[in-house]
Design a protein around this ligand. Structure first.
Ligand code: NAD
Length: 499
């Protein structure tokens, strides 16, 4: 049986804890690898290693650190197919979508090549008589990232690229469900010239996460995953005095105004609702048509499209729309929600629960489901399903639709489809959600902007990637200096002011 080892000090390291987890092939249900789950002492050894390596890396000039990122980008291009293949095999998403996962991470690595510019401080000459002030951004030391299964390339890169280029060492604790790509990425960083010990991959579960949160040498923690764990990591990490940012679950609404281009809206809902089997934190899971006529038209156009989606393993070709869910647990959870929706009285317009694929009967394939007449009190509306299930909530007016999205506990992404600029402007301005799309269904900001949800989709005050990442992974030091001018002054007993 293949094992996916840790990566510590620039080397693959087998686990010694005696604990491991199965890595499944989601298309067949077979166990395809074992991943070790680190003990606290294995984690401590990795942190010690990282701590020892960090000062020399921080002392290297930022241009040289940026060149490692430059080379890393080249290597990602070189190994794109290999990475995407490994990603699809463990996650189950289609091959083109797996490439997208790598590319969205690569774009952050590209942004990080600008580190020499992004790390520049400020300088004031002559702030007082003979006094200059300057500020610098210095790395924190050893930082850690805890990442989810659904973007096993992109999110680890969103974490370690900015942290490392700022001069930190990094411990990555990726999802134990699809651990191969994070390991491959770390090896590529070594090949790109990163010194040993600066990027370490430590696989594990709660024990490793708690070890990270309690360790005094971990200065900052970036987490992405479900909201319950995000809140736990945020609370425990902050209590231990660390800098922490945690990004959690979502329930993203798409409002369809009566004047929207209906074909465009349907295309958008199909891609953003069912792509990656709905296992995206920026998936649209709630369609909110405004007015009965809009709703009838929307559902009528959506239903045949949902029924004809091609669901298959990634090996079946690039025209597959989506693949299996990641695990049996995920399958059971999604199916449980669909059952609950029916019980609670929603109309199941397209029922994908009986979907089965010849030769893949033990895989975690769930057919696409479409609900109509969903209401605010139903669990399928309130909770994140994270599967190929789209709920339609009919709103009578624009204000009612706006209020729905605003009252939901999650605030990751939202979209509005309309031809009216005034409505779009009003919506973008008033909505209390972190990422907004206007006629764009999955408004994931590009690498040079920042990514982050509001409300219970995000904990902490800085976003991921973009300029915020450089703030999160550095701290500011401000130096006030005066050089002797030749005249010696006596001691001053009054607090200095700059008058
Ligand atoms: P998850 O919360 O189960 O796992 C995330 C990480 O936490 C993993 O590394 C896992 O090993 C660890 N973990 C799991 N249980 C833990 C526990 N009890 N104590 C400590 N650590 C624990 O999430 P997932 O299922 O891997 O990912 C899907 C979730 O992530 C969805 O809710 C999705 O919306 C969210 N997500 C959010 C964003 C965002 O940017 N907001 C992006 C991607 C995914």
């Amino acid at each position: 049986m293949k094992t996916v080892p840790h990566y510590i000090g620039g080397k693959r390291v087998e686990g010694t804890s005696g604990r491991s987890a199965d890595v499944f092939n989601p298309a067949t249900g077979e166990v395809q690898a074992q991943v070790p789950l680190a003990s606290k002492s294995e984690l401590d050894a990795a942190i010690e290693n990282a701590k020892a390596a960090q000062p020399a890396w921080a002392a290297m000039n930022p241009q040289k650190r940026a060149r490692v990122m430059m080379k890393f980008v080249d290597l990602l291009h070189r190994d794109m197919d290999k990475l995407a293949e490994a990603l699809s095999a463990e996650h189950g998403k289609t091959f083109p979508d797996a490439k997208g996962d790598v590319i969205r991470g690569l774009e952050v690595a590209e942004f990080c090549i600008g580190a020499p510019h992004l790390l520049k401080g400020e300088f004031t000459e002559g702030a007082g008589s003979g006094i200059d002030i300057h500020s610098v951004r210095q790395p924190l030391g050893v930082c850690a990232g805890i990442t989810p299964f659904n973007f096993p390339a992109m999110i680890p890169m969103w974490k370690f690229c900015p942290a490392i280029v700022c001069g930190n060492a990094f411990i990555l604790k990726p999802s134990e469900r699809d651990p191969s790509v994070p390991l491959m990425l770390a090896e590529l960083m070594t090949e790109a010239g990163l010194p040993d010990g600066i990027l370490n991959v430590v696989h594990g579960d709660k024990e490793a996460v708690d070890g990270i949160l309690d360790h005094e040498d971990i200065m900052a923690v970036g987490f992405v995953g479900s909201t319950a764990i995000a809140e736990y990591v945020y609370t425990r990490g902050c209590a231990a005095g660390k800098r922490v940012q945690c990004f959690g679950g979502a329930k993203n609404h798409m409002i369809i105004m009566p004047d929207a281009d209906m074909d465009q809206a349907v295309d958008a809902l199909i891609g953003s609702g069912y792509g990656a089997a709905g296992e995206r934190c920026m998936a649209i899971s709630v369609a909110v048509p405004v007015g009965e006529e809009t709703a009838d038209k929307l559902v009528e156009k959506l239903a045949p499209r949902v029924e004809s989606l091609k669901i298959a393993p990634y090996t079946a070709g690039d025209d597959v729309d989506f693949g299996p869910l990641v695990t049996q647990d995920a399958y059971n959870r999604v199916k449980g929600y669909v059952d609950a929706g029916v019980k609670e009285g929603a109309s199941l317009v397209v029922d994908g629960r009986d979907f089965s694929l010849q030769g893949y009967e033990d895989g975690y394939f769930m057919g696409a489901c479409l609900f109509d007449n969903v209401t605010k009190d139903m669990s399928i509306y309130k909770e994140e399903i994270f599967g190929p299930v789209l709920s339609t909530v009919r709103a009578k007016t624009y204000e009612e639709a706006l209020d729905l999205a605003m009252s939901h506990e999650y605030g990751n992404g939202v979209a509005i489809f309309t031809r009216d600029g005034d409505t779009a402007r009003d919506f973008s301005s008033r909505i209390n959600i972190g990422m907004v799309g206007v006629n764009v269904p999955i408004p994931v900001p590009l690498a040079y902007y920042t990514f982050g949800g509001w409300k219970r989709s995000g904990f902490g005050d800085l976003n991921q990637h973009g300029p915020d990442a450089f703030r999160f992974y550095t701290r500011t030091k401000t130096v006030t200096s005066r050089w002797p001018s030749g005249t010696k002054e006596g001691a001053e007993f009054v607090i200095p002011t700059m008058n």
